[in-house]
Design a protein around this ligand. Structure first.
Ligand code: CTP
Length: 393
């Protein structure tokens, strides 16, 4: 993490003393570190300790007149990653609520950088349903949790809730802080299903959750890209620091993709685009009749194929997805040629929908890379690795 900018947030628990060792460990790995503290944290470790080892004041007061401007805004923009260690039960609760009533949370509120929390508390507090609920909520917001371990606690009890060791927290941070190898590039991603209206209350849809496309958008953002995410309706929150364009039908998606296409360096079509739409959607709610109902459907445009024909040179790199039930690799190869794209991410139809992990093969004209099962975020990084390599020729 040579030269990378990390904000360490310290909240008020006994494990705050280990935050000093964490700062040291991050510096040893080459990071530039600045520290923010809650007021309670300053009762466990002195700001002078952090100031001494970082060479910058440790910020614990938002109303400190010794710095000009808004320090939380400045730190939030400066950070390439933020890690809160230790994160107390109270801090997790306030963070999950989106509160910003101290220097640590105000800084968090002002950053688009990836965020890690390393909880530390007594086992009883760790096991409270409220704590676990708050952690779930933070995870859903994209926060990475460095789980506490089982071990001796400050109280003398032994149990879970002991903060992870500084080396383990630094490792997790290192994984999050990918090299900014997509800086200066525009990555355009589509995600989710498209929804084709039959009438004002009914539609044809599919089971895509959007998670794979959202994971790609977040990974590209974390690697420094400017990201546009064109998304069909999903239950997911728009990722921070990404330009999200919400669409509904395949025709809407086509329009949004074409609008963003001219400035794109990489285009990744992870959306499950409906191949057909109702020929004549009704402006009024369809009434039932006694006989059977026949719907007439017409073909939707192939968005990816159209983008491919619009491309004049090697850029943008085009990546498509293929959902197959059989002959996964052969079908992906055929799709590669038919759609004129550089890479096809092939997943098996029994896999991939809804879950957090995925089993895919990356198929390009000259290679097939069968990846082991991994998280959607890890798959996202592997796809971006390939896109990066393709850009480099
Ligand atoms: N796609 C698209 N526009 C469509 C349909 C699909 O851009 N109207 C994109 C998808 O986002 C995906 C890729 O094309 O990246 C492959 O989608 P898929 O539906 O599996 O492919 P089809 O070419 O429709 O193949 P099949 O004949 O297997 O349905």
């Amino acid at each position: 993490m040579e030269g990378r900018r990390v904000v360490v947030g310290v909240s008020g628990g006994i494990a705050a003393f280990k935050a000093v060792l964490l700062v040291r460990e991050l510096q040893r790995r080459g990071a530039r570190v600045r520290v923010v503290m809650t007021r309670t944290a300053t009762r466990f470790v002195g700001p002078a300790t952090f100031a001494g080892i970082t060479g910058r004041p440790a910020v614990s007061e938002l109303f400190d007149t010794s710095h000009t401007g808004e320090i939380h805004v400045e730190l939030g923009a400066w950070a390439e990653a933020m890690v809160i260690a230790p994160a107390t039960m109270n801090l997790l609760a306030r963070a999950a609520q989106g509160m910003a009533d101290d220097a640590v949370l105000a800084t968090l509120a002002c950053t688009d950088a990836p965020l890690l929390v390393a909880p530390a508390m007594h086992t009883r507090m760790w096991e409270r349903p409220a704590t676990q609920r708050n952690l779930e909520r933070l995870r859903a917001d994209g926060v990475r949790v460095v789980e506490p371990v089982v071990g001796p606690l400050a109280s003398g009890d032994v149990g879970s809730g002991r903060m992870a060791e500084p080396e383990a927290i630094a490792d997790a941070l290192g994984q999050t802080l990918r090299p900014a190898d997509l800086a200066g590039l525009h990555v355009l991603v589509s995600a989710g299903p498209t929804v084709e209206d039959l009438d004002p209350v009914r539609f044809l849809g599919n089971r895509s959750t959007g998670r794979m496309g959202y994971a790609i958008a977040e990974a590209a953002r974390d690697r420094g890209a400017v990201v546009t995410l064109v998304t069909g309706p999903t239950a997911l929150a728009p990722p921070r620091g990404v330009r999200s364009v919400a669409v509904r039908s395949a025709l809407d998606m086509e329009g949004a993709m074409q609008a963003a296409f001219p400035s794109a360096d990489v285009v990744i079509m992870a959306a499950a685009v409906a191949d057909y739409r109702p020929a004549a959607p009704s402006a009024q709610k369809l009434k039932k009749t006694d006989g059977p109902l026949t719907l007439k459907l017409v073909r939707n445009p192939d968005i990816l194929a159209a983008l491919s024909s619009a491309r004049s040179g090697p850029r943008p790199i085009l990546v498509g997805f293929a959902l197959e039930t059989e002959n996964v690799v052969e079908n992906a190869r055929a799709k590669l040629a038919r759609k004129g794209v550089d890479l096809v991410v092939a997943n098996h139809a029994r896999d991939g929908f809804g879950g957090d992990s995925n089993l895919v093969s990356l198929v390009s004209p000259d290679a097939v890379d069968e990846l082991p099962r991994m998280s959607k975020r890890a798959v996202a990084d592997r796809i971006l690795d390939r896109a990066r390599a393709l850009l480099d020729g």
